[in-house]
Design a protein around this ligand. Sequence first.
Ligand code: SME
Length: 156
Amino acid sequence: MDYESAYRTITRLAQEPNAAQVIVNYLHDHFPAYSWVGLYWVQGSDLVLGEWKGPEATEHTRIAIGTGVCGAAAASGRTEIVGDVSRDSRYLACFSSTKSEIVVPIFADGSVIGEIDIDGSVLNAFGAEDQRFLGRVAAVLAGVRTRTSAARAARR
Ligand code: SME
């Protein structure tokens, strides 16, 4: 997978209506290792599931910050890469097919406003290149999110 051309495509998709969902779909459909892709958004002290694409819905639609791999990344503001979820006691199971996971925080004005959560169906599906690439995608999503929340506020 060519991360650079994928990143360029994503910056273009960010202009579309419903951009967050379109970007999630693109990540899921173009990266074979990205088996389930979801965005969680911070609401108070929780992460709430927003846009996602994958073979099944997750039961974890609300996760307290600090709980699970997702909650750990939101609490620390650091990317979590879990090569083998069966060996990480923080892991909240969603799908029996998941073997590895990456969670990348989304920042706006220095605070975590959400995160990208990706499950892989092989061990060690995610590496440093995914981390770098998804960090850039997270910055694009921060822009999308702040733009759409501002538009929503203006309509009220
Ligand atoms: N596995 C995550 C929960 C979210 S599901 O993977 C979609 C966790 O441990 O926080």
